[in-house]
Design a protein around this ligand. Sequence first.
Ligand code: SAH
Length: 358
Amino acid sequence: MSVQSILQQTEFSKSDIVELLSSEGEEKQQLFDAASRIKLDNVGNSVYLRGLIEWSNICRKDCYYCGIRRSNHRVHRYSLSEDETMDAIRFAYEKGFGSIAIQSGELQSRSFIEKIDRILTKTSEMTQGRLGITLSCGEQTEEVYRHWFDLGATRYLLRIETSSEQLYRKLHPDDEDHRHATRLKALESLKKIGYQLGTGVMIGLPFQSVEDLADDLLFMKRTDIDMCGMGPYVEHHETPLYAYRNLLLPLSDRLSLSLKMIAVLRVLMPDINIAATTALQSIEKNARMKAIAIGANVLMPNITPKRFRDDYFLYENKPLSSQNDEEELRFLEEQLQMIGHEIGFFRQGNSLHYQPQR
Ligand code: SAH
């Protein structure tokens, strides 16, 4: 079937999705045009900001792709203090970001959990609940997720990384700390508790096929997610997966595939929130705008205090701390204006897909 006729359907099979993800040239443009239209019709031309706080790079996990994995001893490890965190949150609040995202290496210790508790409590006090709070702090017990929800976190982002258990095993050590099933269960708990649920995958991983990516999109649809953050896999030389870099698509193809993933997801799930992620930007400066133009509606400007930013080095070419945050904000605003979009200042930008009563 042609891309144009696939796009006229309302249900999409795996082979339809593979076809869309494989489109090039004129057909790729048809996909982008359709996704762009669907986005404007359903979520409009506002882009919501999530101030991204990279809270700590101390991690108990040893994922083969990630620069801050436990076994990378070249990393200078840090955690933000409470004051540093609250300063960043205040900045986001005052600038009208509408929401923040606290992302961290994965820890399950009591002291870690209690630090997040205090930040949530203080943030709710400071903002009277007006600032949306997303957590991205990895796998935790259901009780911890519930506790954080009760303290005011309303969204949780936990990437499944890949929906294929077989591929997941190739990307992680084979031990109790790295089980695909545990991650799936965590997503279920988050949903049950009532979070706006976010997940995502890496695109262009070694050993990953277009069929795997089609399955990833079907997984997101089936899981009925409210938000998605996904982006290209970018190698990091201090990680085991670097040995397989000869299997990778060129960066420009990984970028193109990532944009197609975003566009197809927008076609499949018209009213969810989709982020234009930092990893896109690491390949091409303007790539986040391309993502916005073809389906994404969320940006996550980094508001981590400058002196820690370079230590949260997940992959090569991750944008570092060159610009100041106010300049970056103005730059984004101008760039968005050029593609007919505006920032939803002072708005939380909740996922329209979210059904609180489930
Ligand atoms: N520990 C938290 C999140 C921290 S890392 C959690 O598990 O949810 C945030 C995301 O960065 C990961 O979910 C992963 O998808 C992405 N990431 C890690 N290494 C990467 C790489 N080499 N290239 C692209 N993305 C990467």
